[in-house]
Design a protein around this ligand. Structure first.
Ligand SMILES: Cc1ncc(COP(=O)(O)O)c(C=O)c1O
Length: 417
Protein backbone atom coordinates (compact mmCIF):
# COMPACT_ATOMS: atom_id res chain seq x y z
CA UNK A 1 0.00 0.00 0.00
CA UNK A 2 1.84 3.11 1.17
CA UNK A 3 5.42 4.04 0.64
CA UNK A 4 7.48 5.40 3.53
CA UNK A 5 7.29 9.15 4.12
CA UNK A 6 10.14 11.57 4.40
CA UNK A 7 11.51 10.60 7.82
CA UNK A 8 12.77 13.28 10.21
CA UNK A 9 16.03 11.43 10.64
CA UNK A 10 16.93 11.89 6.97
CA UNK A 11 16.46 15.65 7.12
CA UNK A 12 17.15 18.49 7.57
CA UNK A 13 19.95 19.35 5.19
CA UNK A 14 22.07 22.03 6.88
CA UNK A 15 22.39 24.18 3.74
CA UNK A 16 20.37 27.11 5.03
CA UNK A 17 21.09 26.90 8.74
CA UNK A 18 22.92 30.19 8.92
CA UNK A 19 20.59 32.09 6.62
CA UNK A 20 20.16 32.51 2.90
CA UNK A 21 23.22 32.27 0.66
CA UNK A 22 22.75 33.23 -2.93
CA UNK A 23 24.38 31.52 -5.87
CA UNK A 24 28.14 31.87 -6.36
CA UNK A 25 27.53 34.09 -9.36
CA UNK A 26 26.48 36.91 -7.06
CA UNK A 27 30.11 37.39 -6.01
CA UNK A 28 31.78 37.63 -2.60
CA UNK A 29 31.41 41.36 -2.23
CA UNK A 30 27.66 40.90 -2.23
CA UNK A 31 27.53 38.28 0.49
CA UNK A 32 27.27 40.97 3.13
CA UNK A 33 23.86 41.90 1.74
CA UNK A 34 22.50 38.62 2.91
CA UNK A 35 23.22 38.92 6.59
CA UNK A 36 22.11 42.45 7.36
CA UNK A 37 18.85 43.66 8.78
CA UNK A 38 16.90 43.77 5.51
CA UNK A 39 14.19 41.16 5.10
CA UNK A 40 15.07 38.13 3.00
CA UNK A 41 12.80 39.24 0.18
CA UNK A 42 14.26 42.74 0.12
CA UNK A 43 17.82 41.37 0.20
CA UNK A 44 17.16 39.04 -2.70
CA UNK A 45 15.45 41.87 -4.54
CA UNK A 46 18.41 44.23 -4.23
CA UNK A 47 20.96 41.58 -5.22
CA UNK A 48 18.91 40.62 -8.24
CA UNK A 49 18.43 44.21 -9.26
CA UNK A 50 22.15 44.82 -9.50
CA UNK A 51 22.71 41.50 -11.18
CA UNK A 52 19.93 42.15 -13.64
CA UNK A 53 21.75 45.15 -15.06
CA UNK A 54 24.50 42.89 -16.33
CA UNK A 55 22.56 39.91 -17.63
CA UNK A 56 19.39 39.40 -19.59
CA UNK A 57 17.28 36.40 -20.52
CA UNK A 58 14.90 35.91 -23.42
CA UNK A 59 11.27 36.12 -22.39
CA UNK A 60 8.73 33.79 -23.90
CA UNK A 61 6.75 36.88 -24.97
CA UNK A 62 9.79 38.32 -26.77
CA UNK A 63 10.61 41.06 -24.24
CA UNK A 64 13.96 41.36 -22.49
CA UNK A 65 14.13 40.80 -18.79
CA UNK A 66 16.58 41.01 -15.95
CA UNK A 67 17.55 37.39 -15.38
CA UNK A 68 20.87 36.75 -13.71
CA UNK A 69 21.18 33.15 -15.01
CA UNK A 70 23.90 32.51 -12.41
CA UNK A 71 25.27 29.37 -14.07
CA UNK A 72 25.60 30.99 -17.51
CA UNK A 73 23.25 30.41 -20.36
CA UNK A 74 24.37 28.72 -23.59
CA UNK A 75 23.76 30.81 -26.69
CA UNK A 76 22.09 27.87 -28.41
CA UNK A 77 20.15 25.06 -26.82
CA UNK A 78 20.44 21.41 -27.68
CA UNK A 79 18.01 20.66 -30.44
CA UNK A 80 17.79 24.08 -32.04
CA UNK A 81 20.19 23.26 -34.85
CA UNK A 82 18.12 21.14 -37.23
CA UNK A 83 14.47 21.94 -37.57
CA UNK A 84 12.51 24.27 -35.41
CA UNK A 85 9.80 23.96 -38.08
CA UNK A 86 6.47 22.24 -37.97
CA UNK A 87 3.96 22.93 -35.27
CA UNK A 88 4.44 25.78 -32.87
CA UNK A 89 4.35 23.20 -30.11
CA UNK A 90 7.17 21.12 -31.59
CA UNK A 91 9.22 24.25 -32.20
CA UNK A 92 8.82 25.24 -28.58
CA UNK A 93 9.94 21.82 -27.43
CA UNK A 94 12.99 21.99 -29.66
CA UNK A 95 13.97 25.31 -28.13
CA UNK A 96 13.85 24.12 -24.56
CA UNK A 97 15.96 26.44 -22.45
CA UNK A 98 15.70 28.43 -19.29
CA UNK A 99 12.31 30.05 -18.93
CA UNK A 100 11.14 33.03 -16.92
CA UNK A 101 11.91 32.13 -13.34
CA UNK A 102 8.22 32.48 -12.43
CA UNK A 103 7.29 30.13 -15.27
CA UNK A 104 6.15 30.42 -18.88
CA UNK A 105 3.31 32.94 -19.35
CA UNK A 106 1.05 30.33 -21.00
CA UNK A 107 1.17 28.10 -17.95
CA UNK A 108 0.69 30.97 -15.51
CA UNK A 109 -2.34 32.12 -17.52
CA UNK A 110 -3.72 28.57 -17.68
CA UNK A 111 -3.37 28.18 -13.92
CA UNK A 112 -5.18 31.52 -13.42
CA UNK A 113 -8.01 30.21 -15.62
CA UNK A 114 -8.15 27.08 -13.47
CA UNK A 115 -8.92 29.28 -10.42
CA UNK A 116 -11.82 30.93 -12.23
CA UNK A 117 -13.18 27.62 -13.51
CA UNK A 118 -12.75 25.66 -10.28
CA UNK A 119 -13.30 28.18 -7.50
CA UNK A 120 -14.83 31.20 -9.27
CA UNK A 121 -11.85 33.27 -8.09
CA UNK A 122 -10.14 35.84 -10.27
CA UNK A 123 -6.38 35.42 -9.93
CA UNK A 124 -3.98 37.65 -11.83
CA UNK A 125 -1.47 35.41 -13.69
CA UNK A 126 1.22 37.80 -12.44
CA UNK A 127 0.57 36.47 -8.92
CA UNK A 128 1.40 32.90 -9.98
CA UNK A 129 4.86 31.40 -9.61
CA UNK A 130 5.55 28.04 -11.23
CA UNK A 131 7.86 25.90 -9.09
CA UNK A 132 9.68 22.55 -9.10
CA UNK A 133 6.83 20.76 -7.32
CA UNK A 134 5.18 22.14 -4.21
CA UNK A 135 8.38 21.24 -2.32
CA UNK A 136 10.26 24.09 -4.03
CA UNK A 137 7.17 26.24 -3.47
CA UNK A 138 7.43 25.68 0.28
CA UNK A 139 11.10 26.53 0.30
CA UNK A 140 10.53 29.74 -1.65
CA UNK A 141 7.53 30.89 0.31
CA UNK A 142 9.04 30.16 3.73
CA UNK A 143 12.18 32.05 2.72
CA UNK A 144 10.21 35.04 1.43
CA UNK A 145 7.53 35.24 4.12
CA UNK A 146 9.40 34.43 7.32
CA UNK A 147 12.55 35.43 9.19
CA UNK A 148 14.84 33.03 11.08
CA UNK A 149 13.34 32.31 14.49
CA UNK A 150 9.75 32.92 13.34
CA UNK A 151 7.16 30.52 14.72
CA UNK A 152 5.08 28.66 12.15
CA UNK A 153 2.25 26.40 13.30
CA UNK A 154 0.96 23.23 11.68
CA UNK A 155 -1.32 20.40 12.68
CA UNK A 156 0.15 17.26 14.14
CA UNK A 157 -0.38 14.85 12.45
CA UNK A 158 0.91 16.52 9.32
CA UNK A 159 3.19 16.03 6.31
CA UNK A 160 6.67 15.64 7.87
CA UNK A 161 8.54 17.72 5.29
CA UNK A 162 6.81 20.89 6.56
CA UNK A 163 8.53 20.71 9.90
CA UNK A 164 11.80 19.51 8.38
CA UNK A 165 11.93 22.38 5.86
CA UNK A 166 11.04 24.88 8.60
CA UNK A 167 13.77 23.47 10.81
CA UNK A 168 16.31 23.57 7.98
CA UNK A 169 15.54 27.27 7.49
CA UNK A 170 15.96 28.14 11.17
CA UNK A 171 12.20 28.56 11.71
CA UNK A 172 10.36 27.08 14.66
CA UNK A 173 7.72 24.48 13.79
CA UNK A 174 4.92 24.76 16.37
CA UNK A 175 2.90 21.55 16.37
CA UNK A 176 -0.83 21.94 17.04
CA UNK A 177 -2.11 18.72 18.64
CA UNK A 178 -5.15 18.08 16.44
CA UNK A 179 -7.10 14.95 17.29
CA UNK A 180 -10.33 13.34 16.08
CA UNK A 181 -12.39 16.09 17.80
CA UNK A 182 -10.74 18.66 15.52
CA UNK A 183 -10.86 16.30 12.53
CA UNK A 184 -7.06 16.40 12.78
CA UNK A 185 -7.05 19.99 11.50
CA UNK A 186 -6.00 23.32 13.05
CA UNK A 187 -8.83 25.28 14.71
CA UNK A 188 -8.93 28.91 15.88
CA UNK A 189 -8.84 27.58 19.45
CA UNK A 190 -5.65 25.57 18.85
CA UNK A 191 -4.10 28.59 17.11
CA UNK A 192 -4.94 30.85 20.05
CA UNK A 193 -3.44 28.38 22.52
CA UNK A 194 -0.14 28.27 20.61
CA UNK A 195 1.11 31.71 21.71
CA UNK A 196 2.59 34.26 19.32
CA UNK A 197 2.74 32.87 15.80
CA UNK A 198 4.06 34.25 12.50
CA UNK A 199 2.65 31.64 10.17
CA UNK A 200 0.22 28.75 9.87
CA UNK A 201 0.38 25.87 7.40
CA UNK A 202 -2.97 24.33 6.59
CA UNK A 203 -3.40 21.25 4.39
CA UNK A 204 -6.94 20.44 3.28
CA UNK A 205 -7.28 17.61 2.31
CA UNK A 206 -4.51 16.60 4.66
CA UNK A 207 -1.76 14.06 4.43
CA UNK A 208 -1.94 11.72 6.44
CA UNK A 209 -5.61 12.00 7.48
CA UNK A 210 -7.43 12.99 4.28
CA UNK A 211 -9.64 15.31 6.37
CA UNK A 212 -10.76 18.66 4.99
CA UNK A 213 -11.86 21.93 6.57
CA UNK A 214 -15.21 23.27 5.36
CA UNK A 215 -15.72 26.84 4.16
CA UNK A 216 -17.02 28.07 7.54
CA UNK A 217 -14.07 26.68 9.46
CA UNK A 218 -11.61 27.99 6.89
CA UNK A 219 -13.27 31.41 7.19
CA UNK A 220 -12.81 31.32 10.98
CA UNK A 221 -9.17 30.28 10.59
CA UNK A 222 -8.57 33.10 8.07
CA UNK A 223 -10.16 35.65 10.44
CA UNK A 224 -8.10 34.37 13.36
CA UNK A 225 -4.89 34.62 11.29
CA UNK A 226 -5.77 38.12 10.08
CA UNK A 227 -6.44 39.38 13.62
CA UNK A 228 -3.15 38.00 14.86
CA UNK A 229 -0.93 38.94 11.94
CA UNK A 230 -0.34 35.27 11.05
CA UNK A 231 0.55 34.48 7.42
CA UNK A 232 -1.54 31.57 6.14
CA UNK A 233 0.19 29.05 3.88
CA UNK A 234 -2.48 26.81 2.35
CA UNK A 235 -1.28 23.49 0.93
CA UNK A 236 -3.90 22.57 -1.68
CA UNK A 237 -1.91 19.81 -3.36
CA UNK A 238 -4.71 17.22 -2.91
CA UNK A 239 -7.44 19.42 -4.39
CA UNK A 240 -9.30 17.53 -7.10
CA UNK A 241 -9.17 14.31 -5.06
CA UNK A 242 -12.30 14.91 -3.01
CA UNK A 243 -15.01 12.45 -1.98
CA UNK A 244 -17.39 14.01 0.53
CA UNK A 245 -17.48 17.70 -0.38
CA UNK A 246 -15.84 20.33 -2.58
CA UNK A 247 -12.42 21.46 -1.42
CA UNK A 248 -12.34 25.18 -0.62
CA UNK A 249 -9.32 27.19 -1.73
CA UNK A 250 -7.93 29.84 0.61
CA UNK A 251 -7.81 32.01 -2.53
CA UNK A 252 -11.61 32.29 -2.18
CA UNK A 253 -11.29 33.92 1.25
CA UNK A 254 -7.89 35.47 1.76
CA UNK A 255 -5.90 37.47 -0.80
CA UNK A 256 -2.96 37.56 1.64
CA UNK A 257 -2.64 33.76 1.88
CA UNK A 258 0.10 31.89 0.07
CA UNK A 259 -1.49 29.04 -1.89
CA UNK A 260 0.72 26.05 -2.64
CA UNK A 261 -0.29 23.50 -5.27
CA UNK A 262 1.28 20.89 -7.49
CA UNK A 263 0.87 18.63 -10.48
CA UNK A 264 1.95 15.68 -8.35
CA UNK A 265 -1.34 14.40 -6.94
CA UNK A 266 -4.56 15.03 -8.93
CA UNK A 267 -2.53 15.35 -12.13
CA UNK A 268 -0.43 12.25 -11.26
CA UNK A 269 2.80 13.93 -12.42
CA UNK A 270 5.12 13.37 -9.46
CA UNK A 271 8.27 12.87 -11.51
CA UNK A 272 7.77 15.99 -13.62
CA UNK A 273 8.51 18.09 -10.52
CA UNK A 274 6.02 20.82 -11.26
CA UNK A 275 3.93 22.92 -8.92
CA UNK A 276 2.80 26.48 -8.40
CA UNK A 277 2.20 29.23 -5.87
CA UNK A 278 -0.52 31.87 -5.81
CA UNK A 279 1.06 34.82 -4.06
CA UNK A 280 -0.03 38.07 -2.48
CA UNK A 281 1.32 40.85 -4.75
CA UNK A 282 4.02 41.98 -2.32
CA UNK A 283 5.65 38.53 -2.32
CA UNK A 284 5.84 38.10 -6.10
CA UNK A 285 9.05 40.03 -6.67
CA UNK A 286 10.90 38.60 -3.63
CA UNK A 287 9.93 35.09 -4.76
CA UNK A 288 11.03 35.83 -8.32
CA UNK A 289 14.43 36.96 -7.01
CA UNK A 290 14.81 33.92 -4.78
CA UNK A 291 13.69 31.57 -7.57
CA UNK A 292 16.15 33.07 -10.06
CA UNK A 293 19.02 32.56 -7.67
CA UNK A 294 18.03 29.19 -6.23
CA UNK A 295 16.66 27.44 -9.33
CA UNK A 296 17.02 29.85 -12.33
CA UNK A 297 13.71 28.53 -13.70
CA UNK A 298 11.30 25.60 -13.40
CA UNK A 299 11.81 22.72 -15.86
CA UNK A 300 10.87 23.89 -19.37
CA UNK A 301 9.61 20.50 -20.61
CA UNK A 302 7.50 19.96 -17.50
CA UNK A 303 5.86 23.33 -17.97
CA UNK A 304 4.78 22.34 -21.50
CA UNK A 305 3.33 19.15 -20.03
CA UNK A 306 1.63 21.19 -17.30
CA UNK A 307 -0.27 23.27 -19.87
CA UNK A 308 -1.45 20.06 -21.58
CA UNK A 309 -2.42 18.43 -18.26
CA UNK A 310 -5.30 20.87 -17.84
CA UNK A 311 -6.93 19.25 -20.90
CA UNK A 312 -6.76 15.76 -19.41
CA UNK A 313 -9.64 16.25 -16.95
CA UNK A 314 -11.60 13.23 -18.16
CA UNK A 315 -8.67 10.85 -17.73
CA UNK A 316 -7.71 12.37 -14.37
CA UNK A 317 -11.27 12.17 -13.04
CA UNK A 318 -11.20 8.50 -14.06
CA UNK A 319 -8.21 8.00 -11.76
CA UNK A 320 -10.10 9.73 -8.94
CA UNK A 321 -12.94 7.25 -9.54
CA UNK A 322 -10.52 4.40 -8.86
CA UNK A 323 -9.41 6.12 -5.62
CA UNK A 324 -13.08 6.46 -4.69
CA UNK A 325 -13.64 2.71 -5.19
CA UNK A 326 -10.52 1.90 -3.16
CA UNK A 327 -11.60 4.25 -0.39
CA UNK A 328 -15.11 2.74 -0.26
CA UNK A 329 -13.63 -0.75 -0.04
CA UNK A 330 -11.30 0.21 2.80
CA UNK A 331 -14.00 2.07 4.75
CA UNK A 332 -16.22 -1.00 4.48
CA UNK A 333 -13.61 -3.67 5.21
CA UNK A 334 -10.98 -2.11 7.50
CA UNK A 335 -13.26 -2.31 10.59
CA UNK A 336 -13.61 -6.08 10.09
CA UNK A 337 -9.89 -6.22 9.37
CA UNK A 338 -9.08 -4.93 12.87
CA UNK A 339 -9.18 -1.13 12.36
CA UNK A 340 -12.61 0.14 13.44
CA UNK A 341 -11.53 3.71 14.26
CA UNK A 342 -10.79 5.65 11.08
CA UNK A 343 -10.39 9.38 10.35
CA UNK A 344 -13.04 10.68 7.93
CA UNK A 345 -11.24 10.38 4.60
CA UNK A 346 -12.76 13.41 2.85
CA UNK A 347 -10.07 13.64 0.20
CA UNK A 348 -6.50 12.70 -0.82
CA UNK A 349 -5.75 8.96 -0.92
CA UNK A 350 -5.07 8.14 2.70
CA UNK A 351 -6.86 6.62 5.66
CA UNK A 352 -5.48 7.37 9.11
CA UNK A 353 -6.37 4.49 11.39
CA UNK A 354 -6.19 4.17 15.17
CA UNK A 355 -3.90 1.25 16.06
CA UNK A 356 -3.47 1.72 19.84
CA UNK A 357 -5.49 -1.45 20.57
CA UNK A 358 -2.79 -3.40 18.67
CA UNK A 359 0.12 -1.99 20.70
CA UNK A 360 1.93 1.20 21.63
CA UNK A 361 4.49 1.16 18.83
CA UNK A 362 3.08 1.89 15.37
CA UNK A 363 6.53 1.60 13.80
CA UNK A 364 6.95 -1.95 15.10
CA UNK A 365 3.39 -2.75 14.02
CA UNK A 366 4.06 -1.56 10.45
CA UNK A 367 7.29 -3.53 10.32
CA UNK A 368 5.60 -6.74 11.45
CA UNK A 369 2.74 -6.17 9.02
CA UNK A 370 5.22 -5.83 6.17
CA UNK A 371 7.36 -8.79 7.26
CA UNK A 372 4.49 -11.17 7.99
CA UNK A 373 1.79 -10.40 5.39
CA UNK A 374 3.58 -8.07 2.99
CA UNK A 375 1.15 -5.19 3.52
CA UNK A 376 2.75 -1.75 3.78
CA UNK A 377 1.43 1.05 5.95
CA UNK A 378 3.20 4.12 7.34
CA UNK A 379 3.62 4.58 11.10
CA UNK A 380 1.86 7.61 12.55
CA UNK A 381 5.11 8.67 14.22
CA UNK A 382 6.25 9.97 10.81
CA UNK A 383 3.44 12.54 11.01
CA UNK A 384 3.00 13.12 14.73
CA UNK A 385 5.97 12.50 17.03
CA UNK A 386 3.76 12.76 20.16
CA UNK A 387 0.71 10.62 19.44
CA UNK A 388 1.62 8.90 16.20
CA UNK A 389 2.64 5.70 17.99
CA UNK A 390 -1.09 4.91 18.19
CA UNK A 391 -1.87 5.47 14.50
CA UNK A 392 -0.95 4.11 11.09
CA UNK A 393 -1.65 5.50 7.62
CA UNK A 394 -2.93 3.40 4.75
CA UNK A 395 -2.57 4.74 1.22
CA UNK A 396 -5.16 3.77 -1.38
CA UNK A 397 -3.43 5.20 -4.43
CA UNK A 398 -2.73 1.69 -5.76
CA UNK A 399 -4.76 -0.75 -7.85
CA UNK A 400 -8.13 -1.89 -6.50
CA UNK A 401 -7.13 -5.60 -6.59
CA UNK A 402 -4.22 -4.81 -4.26
CA UNK A 403 -6.49 -2.98 -1.84
CA UNK A 404 -8.94 -5.89 -1.79
CA UNK A 405 -6.13 -8.39 -1.27
CA UNK A 406 -4.56 -6.28 1.51
CA UNK A 407 -7.86 -6.20 3.41
CA UNK A 408 -8.14 -9.99 3.16
CA UNK A 409 -4.62 -10.47 4.51
CA UNK A 410 -5.21 -7.97 7.34
CA UNK A 411 -8.38 -9.77 8.46
CA UNK A 412 -6.61 -12.98 9.35
CA UNK A 413 -3.52 -11.24 10.67
CA UNK A 414 -5.05 -8.79 13.19
CA UNK A 415 -7.26 -11.60 14.51
CA UNK A 416 -4.20 -13.64 15.49
CA UNK A 417 -1.79 -10.79 16.40
C1 LIG B 1 0.69 17.36 1.83
C2 LIG B 1 1.80 17.33 0.85
N1 LIG B 1 2.35 18.50 0.46
C3 LIG B 1 3.38 18.52 -0.39
C4 LIG B 1 3.92 17.35 -0.92
C5 LIG B 1 5.10 17.45 -1.88
O1 LIG B 1 4.74 17.19 -3.18
P1 LIG B 1 5.48 17.72 -4.50
O2 LIG B 1 6.76 18.36 -4.11
O3 LIG B 1 5.64 16.51 -5.35
O4 LIG B 1 4.54 18.73 -5.13
C6 LIG B 1 3.38 16.12 -0.56
C7 LIG B 1 3.94 14.84 -1.10
O5 LIG B 1 3.56 13.77 -0.77
C8 LIG B 1 2.30 16.10 0.36
O6 LIG B 1 1.72 14.96 0.76
Amino acid sequence: MASAETGESRLPCPLFHSGLRLAPGTGNSRQGDLHGTESRGARAHSVLHRHGRAAGGQREDGGRRACPAPGGRPARHAGTGGGAQGSAHRARLLRLGYTDSLGIPRLRKRIARHYMETYGTEVDPDRIAVTAGSSAGFLLSFLAAFEPGDRVALAAPGYPAYRNILKALGLEAVLLPAGPEERFQPTPELIEQAGKLDGLILASPSNPTGTMVDKDTLGRIVDCCRERGIRLVSDEIYHGIEFTRRAVSASELDAEAIIVNSFSKYYSMTGWRLGWLVLPPELVRPIECLAQNLFISPMALSQEAGVAAFDAGKELDGIVQVYAQNRAHLLEHLPAAGFPDLAPADGAFYIYAYSGHLGDDSQALCKRMLDEINVAATPGTDFDPERGHHYIRFSFAGATEEIVEACERLKGWTATS
